[in-house]
Design a protein around this ligand. Structure first.
Ligand code: HEC
Length: 108
């Protein structure tokens, strides 16, 4: 019985996890548009940082997780420093990307 309850709890957590929401779409957006600079795991590509002569922030840190949505949204839509503005994304896509970036910094 205890094992059974454990499995149920695990399943519930999985279903409630934000990852189950739009994760696929956001993941492919991230892969196509962001990974080149930010790396597959969000820690930043040293090669791109060198090429851009910029510091690419680690998106997986707790500090990044604490930044308000508004700030991340602004960086995405208007660009920030050497990061170009991400044009042609719908509001929903931008929101999904922010959820995705938040997930990168989870549990750190
Ligand atoms: C051409 C390289 C490049 C691409 C492509 C790129 N970024 Fe960035 N990104 C940067 C750099 C450089 C910074 C640091 C900007 C600064 O603070 O000067 C940054 C900063 C950020 C930040 C931190 C913003 C803040 O307020 O501190 C977030 C979040 C972010 N990028 C997410 C993304 C996402 C999501 C995508 C894809 C839609 C993306 N980036 C695409 C280079 C890039």
């Amino acid at each position: 019985m205890r094992v059974y309850t454990g499995v149920l709890t695990g399943l519930t957590l999985l279903l409630l996890s934000p990852l189950s929401y739009g994760a696929e779409g956001a993941k492919s957006l991230y892969t196509n548009r962001c990974q080149g600079c930010h790396g597959p795991d969000g820690k930043g590509s040293p090669t791109m940082a060198k090429a851009l002569q910029a510091t690419i922030p680690n998106l997986t840190t707790k500090e990044m997780g604490k930044k308000p949505d508004k700030e991340l949204l602004e960086a995405l839509s208007k660009g920030k420093g050497k990061m170009p503005p991400q044009s042609g994304l719908s509001d929903k896509e931008l929101k999904d990307l922010i959820v995705y970036v938040r997930d990168l910094s989870k549990g750190k």
